[in-house]
Every structure is written in structure tokens, then in C-alpha cells.
Design a protein around this ligand. Structure first.
Ligand SMILES: O=c1[nH]c(=O)n([C@H]2C[C@H](O)[C@@H](COP(=O)(O)O)O2)cc1CO
Length: 151
């Protein structure tokens, strides 16, 4: 399987409730691929955000990573303005996007689930299920398996 450059997007100032889950998903992705945004899984990163960089530096770096990545993987359960922006940007530049939403009371924004560009939106219960989805979908994107016809 081709080693993909993955932009993993998830909430920071939107709230860090799910940080441990981000870390587990990132660690799983790193067994086969490169995750550009590893910092998003750091459990000591708080909702203040990164403090070593200015907001303008964060923005510039992240847009550069978005431009150079092979695929965007977004964990969207905890709503985040930044993730919404990144998804719209990924659409604008035509990057493949996988969206993972944990089953629960929080519904994904209609601006994402209603956007025709985002076809690969998956609901999962456990981290193991999310990993299975990632493995399958990234296999399609890296070109080692035939693309699925219908979800
Ligand atoms: O410190 C940061 N570092 C950083 O890389 N981001 C990016 C990556 C995340 O996918 C996204 C999170 O946005 P937000 O902070 O609005 O939840 O924005 C966001 C912040 C803080 O807004």
C-alpha cells in the first residue's frame, strides 16, 4: 500500500473531550501512513490551542499541509469551526476527504452532510470500527483495492 500523507483534522478550540480517541486513530494511521497533524492527538494539547506558534503561523502551516497532503481524514463528532473551514478548503482544492462521526446525539452539520462533495461520511461506534473503516477507505484511495461502487 502506498504510504499516504494524511491531514488528520479534529477539534482543538472546539473542545478536547475526544482527544484520547484522536490519539488512538492517529496512532493507527501512523502504522501505515504519515500523519502531518500528529499534534492534534496530543492529550496535553488543551482547548487553548498550540502556544508555540501564532494563530497566523498555525493557519499558514495548516494550509500548506492541506495543499500537500494526499487525503484529509476528519473526526467531526466534536464540532469545530477550524475543521469546518478545513473541510471547505479541502473541497475547494479537490482533496479526497474521509469523515468519521461517532454515533451519538450530536448530528453532523448539514453544511457537511448536505454537501455533495463529501461522499465518504461514516458513522462508527467503537475505535476498532473506525479503524476498520479507515483501513478499507485508505486502501481504495491508495489504489491497492478497487473503488467501491455504492456505499
Ligand atoms: O492550535 C491549533 N492548531 C491547529 O492545527 N488547528 C487546526 C487543526 C484542526 O484540525 C483545527 C481545529 O480547529 P478548532 O481549534 O477551531 O477546533 O484547526 C487549530 C488550532 C487552534 O484553533
Amino acid at each position: 500500500m502506498k504510504r499516504l500523507k494524511i491531514y488528520f483534522a479534529a477539534a482543538i478550540r472546539g473542545g478536547r473531550t475526544d482527544a484520547a480517541r484522536y490519539q488512538q486513530l492517529i496512532a493507527f494511521l501512523q502504522t501505515t501512513h504519515q500523519v502531518l497533524t500528529e499534534h492534534i492527538g496530543a492529550t496535553d494539547l488543551t482547548a487553548t490551542g498550540e502556544t508555540a506558534l501564532t494563530d497566523a503561523e498555525i493557519y499558514q502551516r495548516d494550509l500548506h499541509w492541506l495543499t500537500t497532503c494526499d487525503v484529509v481524514v476528519a473526526e467531526t463528532t466534536q464540532p469545530s469551526l477550524g475543521v469546518g473551514y478545513e473541510l471547505a478548503y479541502a473541497e475547494k482544492i479537490g482533496k479526497p476527504v474521509l469523515i468519521l462521526q461517532q454515533q451519538g446525539p450530536q448530528k453532523l452539520s448539514a453544511m457537511i452532510s448536505g454537501a455533495p462533495y463529501f461522499q465518504r461520511v461514516f458513522t462508527y461506534r467503537t475505535v476498532a470500527q473506525a479503524q476498520t473503516i479507515l483501513q478499507r477507505e485508505l486502501g481504495f484511495i491508495s489504489g491497492t483495492k478497487p473503488p467501491k461502487m455504492i456505499e
